[in-house]
Write a protein that binds this ligand. Structure first.
Ligand code: GTP
Ligand code: MG
Length: 214
């Protein structure tokens, strides 16, 4: 049993790895809402999930891009799953050159009955790459709710932060600047948890304006 970890909108009392899957056949049988993390390889999906669950190494992290090659399901508070997806561009299973979102991820996004939304991470330093633009468009086309979040906030200074959030907003066609988070400095986790819980509860996922520094 873990010590409870408190965030503004949630107290984490349990976080457990349930299973890995490489096809839809491997999805968890337990019917709970799912919120999944997607983004280019190395963007910080697994690290952010550890930070959100108050864990050090429940989710495997590595400096080698392409570490996560399957979907991994983590059950939180016995209430919902957080899902770690393979890095875009490294999804081994049926990855199509033509389309940055792999077949396997696409199938999951299109067909999962329990997926409530995707958190799409963009490295704040890169300001939204063509791969990010293409992937977010592919997700939108499936109708799955998607929230864009900027990762590795600790890697930029204040002026780069403002400039790159604006770039991400423009390139990915968002209503507001994305939330910026840091798994290393544990910044932005409270508002991100609020968004995740909104998705779990079936509310709309949308980038909200919270001032310039978001
Ligand atoms: N400075 C900084 N580094 C980070 C942050 N988040 C992740 N990293 C580092 O970025 C690298 C990749 O992190 P991962 O969490 O493995 O990234 P991922 O998106 O899961 O990567 P794949 O599994 O390959 O798709 C690791 O070396 C992390 O330590 C952050 O907020 N700040
Ligand atoms: Mg990973």
């Amino acid at each position: 049993m873990m010590n409870p970890v408190k965030f503004g909108p949630i107290e984490i009392t349990s976080a457990e790895f349930v299973k890995s899957a490489v096809s839809l056949k491997g999805l968890p049988e337990e019917r709970l809402p799912q919120v999944a993390f997607l983004g280019r390889s190395n963007v910080g999906k697994s690290s952010l999930m550890n930070a959100l669950m108050g864990q050090k190494s429940l989710v495997k992290v590595s400096s080698t891009p392409g570490k996560t090659r399957e979907m991994n399901f983590f059950k939180v508070n016995n209430r919902f799953f957080l899902v770690d997806l393979p890095g875009v561009g490294f999804a081994k299973v049926g990855f199509k050159k033509r389309d940055e979102m792999g077949d396997f991820i696409r199938e999951y996004v299109e067909k999962s009955k329990d997926l409530r939304g995707l958190i799409y991470l963009v490295d704040i330093r890169h300001g939204g790459t063509p791969i990010d633009v293409e992937t977010v468009e592919s997700i939108r086309a499936t109708g799955c709710p998607v929230l864009v979040v900027a990762s590795k906030k600790d890697k930029v200074n204040q002026s780069e932060l403002a400039k790159n959030l604006r770039l991400i907003q423009q390139r990915l066609d968002l209503d507001a600047k994305p939330l910026a988070v840091s798994a290393v400095k544990k910044v932005g986790l409270d508002p991100l948890w609020q968004d995740i819980l909104d998705a779990v509860n079936g509310k709309e996922l949308v980038e909200k304006s919270h001032g310039d520094d978001r």
